[in-house]
Design a protein. Sequence first.
Lengths: 202, 263
Amino acid sequence: MSCVIINYGMGNLASVSKALKKTGISHEITSDPDQIAQASRIILPGVGSFQAAMENLKSKGLDVAIKKAVNEGEAYLLGICLGMQLLANKGYEPEECEGLGLINGEVRLIESDLPVPHMGWNNIAIRRDDFLKDIPYPDFYFVHSYHFVPDNAEHIAATVNYGKELVAVVQNNRVLGCQFHPEKSQSAGLKVLENFFSANHA
Amino acid sequence: MLKIRIIPILTFNGFALVKTQRFSNPRMVGNPIQAARVFNSRNVDELVFTDITATYQNRKINLPFVKEVIDQCFMPVTIGGGIKNLDDINDLLKIGADKVLLKNSFIQQPSFVGEAAKIYGSQCITVAVDAYWNEERKAYLLHNKEGVVLDAAAFASMAEKEGAGEIILSSVDRDGMRNGFDINLVRQIMAAVKIPVVAVGGGGTPEHYLELFRDTDVKAAGGAAIYYFTQFTSYDIKKLLAENGFPARVIPNSTGDNFMKLG
């Protein structure tokens, strides 16, 4: 099993890599499309704007490599924070922009009376536990101003309440996206990573 | 529901962890790497690590050492000390820091905060407001070695306008004294800004924390002396807060070992 963290200039790779080390998962950080296309577990981290992230992925041919690994191969994909949002068809940060389209839906600005970004520890409500089993405490660390609105409610694996219900985790078969940062969420976050690596849907 | 945050503040002198009283008399209290590991195991909500001597000794923060501290942490970490330019910020974010803490660079050049926020996002730019009560002027003033006389609330408000995402507010008068938070100071700063404020200084018992959250609108509190010099842990603080109806992330197994009391 080969695991890669995608390096496309948009994210806190050090923290994700450190969390994988802590859970005993060997992995490589790469921006090589061939290596990504052949990987069996792929992590797409990300901090920054949707549009800039898509531009970076496309300029290196990484969008094609990710889709190939998931659609033609049997890879599992985990998107974290912005990486989760990129799974959608479309984003609006800062302007309308096409996403990876691996889970149907859009990414919109959070409209709330509460301060945006939604930042801090918040508890999630789990709907589908394929990747969310045995979570010791359901509090996770969030930092985001935009949120994922899936077309199909079946793709919502967990929600979080911030004045209103927001999507915290999306899942479509082997594709998982966490709006929170598992790598910053102590034992609960490490458990999600462990689940991602031990899952076997193939 | 979003949780209130309890945050240990680690102050470092370039060699060891130190704890000051009223911002002076630093006393050595241990090894930062070991401390960070224990705080992580106790599930503190975030950690702040700041090199309080870097600026005055005109040196950079020791990146390999800071990385070792960050590597112990699986929660958000804020790093401060001697940050002068965008490269310094970039270096810290690259080794896994989530936020940086600015003070002197902001006093000297307020637009620096805006520049940094534009590139890295407000959420990772934190400004330190160290304030003391001035009896003569009957006002809270900014503690600084630049000789700048500034109203603390005006300084906090300026930080917000420039683009800071958070303020770490330390009471110089209560620092290390364990005699309760400076509620009036916290109220004044909270009235001046909308961004999150972390209240620091004076928390010596869980009851002090309860008083702070009950009597102000603050949603985060920092501390250090309570962890070094009392029997209380972050668990004790959060448990009392939760019992009183505040949303706290209380994780029972984090009381655990007693061979090393920290966190």
